[in-house]
Design a protein. Sequence first.
Length: 488
Amino acid sequence: MSSKSSRNLILVLAAVFSLGGYLIASSLKFRIGFPLDDAWIHQTYARNLAYWGEWAFWRGQVSGGSTAPLWSALLAIGYLLKISPFFWSFLLGGVLLLGLAEVGEGFLRKTVPEYHSTFPWVGVFLIGEWHLVWAAVSGMETLLYALLITTVLVLLATGKRNFLLFGMLIGLSLWVRPGGITLLGPVVVVAVLSKGGGKQIFRNLFGIALGFGIFLSLYLFFNLSLTGTPWPNTFYAKQAEYALLRELAPLWKRFLAEINLPLIGAGALLLPGIFVFGWRALQRRDLGLLVGMLWFLGNAAIYAWKLPVIYQHGRYMMPAMPIFFLCGLGGTIQLIMEVRSKRWGRVVAPAWSLSVLLVWIGFWVMGANAFAEDVAFIESEMVVTAQWVSEHIPPDALIAAHDIGALGYFDGRELVDLAGLVSPEVIPFVRDEIKLADYMDKRNVDYLIVFPSWYETLSEGLPLVYNTGGHFSPAIGGENMIIYQWVR
């Protein structure tokens, strides 16, 4: 067996062990499931697409409630093949995590001559990095987006610059998250500043525009035909819902909170490596590498500005983390190789390596526990509620709810979505409880399903119909989801 085949086998086994450990943890805690209610939104769109050929959250009513149409379409394949939605989602996550590991391995073996180990340390690091494992088993599009980002930035840094391909990859990323458009920044900078005269620059930019334009035009047509807006409902709804967070802290504090997210774990010990890697890239005037590192900072700044949420382990920043880890690992490997030849380095180098390994393992374990708690929370609150609604609430009753994923999947009736994902008409007043209540009255809502503390007054004085009584949410400082009868 060749060394490359051996490395690939190690990565596959590592992925099976890493993802399997998280799934076993959730099974032991409560049961197998997804750690986010949003994952059920994708499953609902995927099932409706596969079974009835409709891009709809509710049968017969097209909508733009999926942020990642490409991901929902990939999930639909599982339904066509009659595969368990859990198994198919986790399989896709595992394949994408393997893809990241392969891209990362190739990147550092080309850019860091000191890294020539027969064991794929970099790939295994990514496969076991707890943020990325959590993302792989989340049922979300996170790792698909991460793989597209990392591929573009790695190709920029390694000199394989097919600008038509760059444009196509960036255009494709829009179908996963609208934020993919930010990748135009580093690619255009490299296209303009690369060697060659004006004709070469024109060819570079034309390639980007052509590749990107094909996917962009299809994406805009898709959204405009569904909702009449160029972006999915979620693009507008999330910004409206979390607008208040932009007022709670200055931009610089929000920015620091965003870039701190990959440091929660072994990434903290890679920070010196980041500075070394960046400094040496600057000395070499390695434009492709520098713009990738600057993109990471710019991406964090955009989230701090427009969507400053760091909950759920920083899932919005997770797609940008692989490039951070790769640069950190590259610089760390270079530093360790340099200092170990010195007398004091004979102690520091192995101690540093061992510290990274132990912290990496420790956070993998803690991440497994966090994933298990997240799944138990969703399953014992959102899923249990949705199943109860399906069995006990009359099918002609109208429900208003903030979390619609599991409700859409297990019950399937039309809802009033208080978050605006599939009810875009509420987005202008998504945080105005008086207007929400008036709107619910106009729609003749019969039941309200929320966590009581998520709204200050909306559920006050309403008759209680059902309480999940789950113990996982209170155990982590939360509360139970409640069904109220809507009477005013």
